[in-house]
Write a protein that binds this ligand. Structure first.
Ligand code: RB5
Length: 153
């Protein structure tokens, strides 16, 4: 898969660990975000590149990280076509794919340890959407709602 990944300074170290893991798994990575953990970087700016690339079809999935995961998930969900799920365990990651067809995963680097974060990312990437049934209807409703609220870029 092509995965766009980004973080602010709070998520920098976890981003680098996840990138190492994802590269070893054979994924291609597009990297955005803070240049170090010492230099404050906006989670707003950090989230935008990933949201753009996933919405534009340049990346298959996105992974975004800030301290709590909250700020950067809000940013991504302001983008048309993005369904960003903030997950703190594997169950949430699996459900975000099966039921919500989430295309961006948000993580809080101050909430989950790196080992758990790897498991969450793996679950998110491996799980598939249960299309065709009631979950498809819900996602279609979200898409219709977006059409009413979001202008095309
Ligand atoms: C940065 O200190 C922190 O505010 C940010 O990483 C994030 O947690 C915001 O939602």
């Amino acid at each position: 898969m092509i995965i766009a990944i980004s973080s602010d300074h709070a998520g920098y170290d976890l981003r680098k660990k996840l990138m190492e893991h994802l590269s070893l798994e054979g994924h291609s990575l597009i990297e955005y975000g803070a240049v170090s953990s010492d230099l404050a970087a906006s989670y707003v700016t950090a989230g935008q590149g990933v949201a753009h690339d996933v919405a534009a079809g340049l990346a298959d999935r996105g992974v975004v990280i800030c301290g709590t995961g909250i700020g950067i998930s809000i940013v991504c969900n302001k983008h048309k076509g993005i369904r960003c799920a903030l997950c703190s365990n594997e169950y949430m990651a699996r459900m975000s794919r099966q039921h919500n067809d989430a295309n961006v995963l948000a993580l809080g680097a101050r909430v989950v340890g790196s080992g758990l974060a790897v498991s969450i990312v793996d679950a998110f990437l491996q799980e598939t959407f249960e299309s065709g049934g009631r979950h498809q209807v819900r996602v279609n409703e979200i898409t219709a709602q977006e059409a009413a609220y979001f202008k095309d870029p």
